[in-house]
Ligand binder design. Structure first.
Ligand SMILES: [Zn+2]
Length: 159
């Protein structure tokens, strides 16, 4: 039996939940998928909303039925995805809580944006790629995410 399950979410549709209490930095699951690369363009940013950005201009398309497809966005997340395609806990997560990812922590495409209705008091309303996050947020996310994201801050990605 897996330590996670899919169930109805208060945020959107169905979500990914943990069946047990998880400790900070614990790996919840590892996912597989096809890796693709593409230039950033306004048109390309509109497709692949379920893709996970793993590097500059590179994404993983999660396999169908992959649990990561059910990870809902929240502006105050409790999990991150690292460079090993692992979902990592950022804090103690009690059993039967929904696992929530900040989609800005898995996207470097400067053209990408999404309206947010997560309803968290700190909701950003319009979410954009990692380079647009506040420096405070970027620093907070740094221990959990791919070093590529952190390095990207020093590059000129903003169109
Ligand atoms: Zn939000």
């Amino acid at each position: 039996m897996e330590d996670w399950y899919i169930s109805g979410s208060a945020i959107a549709g169905r979500g990914l939940f943990t069946a047990k209490t998880i400790e900070p930095a614990e790996c919840i699951l590892r996912f597989e998928g096809e890796r693709i690369s593409h230039e950033y363009t306004p048109e390309f940013a509109k497709i692949g909303s379920n893709w996970i950005g793993v590097a500059d201009r590179e994404w993983i398309i999660p396999a169908s039925e992959s649990p990561v497809l059910f990870l809902n966005h929240c502006c105050e997340p409790n999990v991150f995805i690292n460079e090993h395609q692992e979902v990592i806990a950022a804090q103690v997560i009690s059993a039967h809580s929904e696992l929530l990812l900040d989609y800005s922590s898995t996207e470097l495409d400067p053209y990408w944006s999404m309206k947010c209705t997560c309803n968290h008091p700190n909701c950003r309303k319009l979410i954009k790629s990692f380079v647009y996050l506040s420096a405070v947020k970027q620093l907070k996310y740094k221990p959990y995410i791919s070093p590529v994201y952190w390095q990207s801050i020093n590059h000129h990605f903003i169109p």
